[in-house]
Write a protein of this length. Structure first.
Ligand code: NDP
Ligand code: 2IT
Length: 449
C-alpha cells in the first residue's frame, strides 16, 4: 500500500513525466519486499524523500550561432540525493531532453552510484540543445554559455557532472575550460576529461567494457560464456563502440550497430576501426558504413517493421541495448526470446520497457538492468575523482582491473540480494534493493532532512 501510494502521488503530481513514472514504478515495486520487512523506511518517509530531488535547477542558455542569430535553449541540473557522496551523473544534450527525462536519469543514478561502492550521490543534467550539424565553434559557444550558469552550482565536493548522450570529450573540454576561466580553479569538477588535463585512462571505454564484464559474470554463474557467440548491439556512440570492442576481446561476434537513422547488420562482425572512424572522428551517419563494406546490410528506420526495433530481429545469443530509453519493447523482447537469446545486458539507461523487462524476468534469462550493467562508466568517473584528489594518474591496466572488480562486485551483490529475497535470478530486484539499502540507511543515520 505504502509503495503504491508513493507511485500514485508521483504520477498525479507530475502527470507529463512518463519516463520518470516508469523509473519510479520499476524501482519502487521491486523494493516492496524490503520495505515490508523494515518499518523504519516508511517511518522515516524514505520513499517520499527519494522521489523528490534535493533541488532542481532550470536555466536558460543563450548563445549566438555561426550566422549571428541568437539561440535560446532550456537546460537543467537536477541534484537528486547526496546522502552517500557529492551529486554525480552525466549531462545529456539532445532535442528530446525535458524535465521528466533528466528526473528519470537522476533517479536511476542514485541507485547505480550506490552499487559502485564508491562515495557518489546521484544527479543528472542536460539541455534540449542538438549538437548534430553544429560547427565546433557553435558547440563551444553553447557549452560556454551553459557553464556560465552551471558553474555556481557544481564543485569537486558538491556536484560533479560528466558525459551522456551528445556530451563526449569535446563538450567536456569546452565545459571544463569555461569553468576554469570563471572560477580560476583547476578542480576535478567534471569527469571524462582529456588525459593531459586530469582525465582517467579507461573512462572512454568504461561503460561498454563494464557492460560486457557484467554479462560475463551473469553467464559465468550458469556455466556459459560469450566466446564464439553472436551478439547484437544497438547504438553507435560511446557505449556501443566499446561494447563491440570488448565483445571481440572475449571472442564473441557483434553483428549489429544502429543510430537515430538506421541499423547495420554485418554478418561477418562489425568493423570496430571503421565504426570509430565514422562515429568518433567524422560524426557521420551509419549509412556510410556500407560504402566501405558493401557486404553489410543497412536498414533505414523508416523500413523497420512497425512498432519494433530491427536490431532485435537479428538472432543472437546476447543482446546489448546501448542507444537510449525504451528502445526495446515487448514485441522486441518476444522476438529475442523466440530466437533463443539467453542474455540481455543494458548499456543504455532504461532501454527496455516495463513489459519487456517482465518478459525477460519471466523467461529467467540472464538480464542485467542498466543501473547495474552500465555502472562501469560512472564507476571509472569515481576513479577519475580519486586520481584527481591524489594528483596521481593510474595505468590503463590498473584502472581496467578496478573496473573489472567493481563489475564483479555489482553482480555478486545484486545476485546475493536477489537470493536473500527469494527470487534468485531477478537482478532487477537484487540491484534495486542493494542500491537502495545503502542510500536509505545513510539517510536515516543522518537525520530527518
Ligand atoms: P552517444 O551520444 O555517444 O551515443 C548515442 C547513440 O544512440 C548514438 O548512436 C545515437 O544515434 C543513438 N541514439 C540516441 N538517441 C536515439 C534515439 N532516440 N533513437 C535511436 N538512436 C538514438 O551516447 P552514449 O553512448 O554515451 O549513451 C548511450 C546510452 O548509454 C544512453 O542511454 C546513456 O544514458 C547511457 N549511458 C551512458 C554512459 C556513458 O558513460 N556515456 C554511462 C551509462 C549509461 P546518432 O549517432 O544518430 O545520434
Ligand atoms: O548514466 C551514466 O551513468 C552516465 N552517463 C555516466 C555518469 C558519470 O558521472 O560518469
Amino acid at each position: 500500500m505504502y509503495v503504491k501510494n508513493v507511485i500514485e502521488k508521483v504520477k498525479s503530481n507530475y502527470p507529463s513525466q512518463k519516463e520518470f513514472h516508469q523509473a519510479v514504478e520499476e524501482v519502487l515495486i521491486s523494493l516492496s519486499p524490503v520495505i515490508d520487512k523494515n518499518k523504519k523506511y516508511q517511518e522515516n518517509a524514505i520513499l517520499e524523500r527519494l522521489v523528490i530531488p534535493d533541488r532542481e535547477i532550470h536555466f536558460r542558455v543563450t548563445w549566438v550561432d555561426d550566422k549571428g542569430n541568437v539561440q535560446v535553449n532550456r537546460a537543467y541540473r537536477i541534484e537528486f540525493n547526496s546522502a552517500i557522496g557529492p551529486y554525480k551523473g552525466g549531462l545529456r544534450f539532445h532535442p528530446s531532453v525535458h524535465e521528466g527525462i533528466i528526473k528519470f536519469l537522476g533517479f536511476e543514478q542514485v541507485f547505480k552510484n550506490s552499487l559502485t561502492t564508491l562515495a557518489m550521490g546521484g544527479g543528472k543534467g542536460g539541455s534540449d540543445f542538438n549538437p548534430k550539424g553544429k560547427s565546433d565553434g557553435e558547440v563551444m559557444r553553447f557549452c560556454q554559455a551553459f557553464m556560465n550558469e552551471l558553474y555556481r552550482h557544481i564543485g569537486a565536493h558538491t556536484d560533479v557532472p560528466a558525459g551522456d548522450i551528445g556530451v563526449g570529450g569535446r563538450e567536456i573540454g569546452y565545459l571544463f575550460g569555461q569553468y576554469r576561466k570563471l572560477t580560476n580553479r583547476f578542480d576535478g569538477v567534471l569527469t571524462g576529461k582529456g588525459l593531459s588535463w586530469g582525465g582517467s585512462l579507461v573512462r572512454p571505454e568504461a561503460t561498454g567494457y563494464g557492460c560486457v564484464y557484467f554479462a560475463e559474470e551473469m553467464l559465468k554463474e550458469r556455466g556459459e560464456s560469450l566466446e564464439g557467440k553472436v551478439c547484437t548491439v544497438s547504438g553507435s556512440g560511446n557505449v556501443a563502440i566499446y561494447t563491440v570492442e570488448k565483445l571481440y576481446h572475449l571472442g564473441a561476434k557483434p553483428v549489429t550497430v544502429s543510430d537515430s537513422k538506421g541499423m547495420i547488420y554485418d554478418e561477418g562482425g562489425i568493423d570496430v576501426a571503421l565504426l570509430k572512424e565514422l562515429k568518433e572522428l567524422k560524426r557521420a551517419s551509419l549509412e556510410e558504413y556500407i560504402k566501405i563494406k558493401p557486404q553489410a546490410k543497412y536498414t533505414k528506420i523508416s523500413d523497420y517493421k512497425e512498432g519494433s526495433n530491427a536490431v532485435w530481429s537479428i538472432p543472437c545469443f546476447a543482446a546489448f541495448p546501448s542507444a537510449t530509453e525504451n528502445e526495446l519493447n515487448a514485441i522486441d523482447a518476444k522476438t529475442l526470446l523466440q530466437n533463443g537469446c539467453k542474455c540481455v545486458s543494458e548499456g543504455a539507461n532504461m532501454p527496455s520497457t516495463l513489459e519487456a523487462t517482465d518478459l525477460f524476468l519471466k523467461a529467467k534469462i540472464c538480464y542485467g538492468p542498466g543501473k547495474a550493467a552500465n555502472a562501469g562508466g560512472v564507476a571509472v568517473s569515481g576513479l577519475e575523482m580519486a586520481q584527481n584528489a591524489s594528483k596521481h594518474s593510474w595505468d590503463f591496466e590498473v584502472v581496467d582491473k578496478h573496473l573489472h572488480n567493481i563489475m564483479e562486485n555489482i553482480f555478486a551483490n545484486s545476485s546475493q540480494t536477489a537470493k536473500e529475497f527469494g527470487d534468485p535470478t531477478n537482478l532487477v530486484l537484487g540491484a534495486n534493493i542493494a542500491g537502495f539499502r545503502k542510500v536509505a540507511d545513510a539517510m536515516i543515520d543522518q537525520g530527518i532532512l
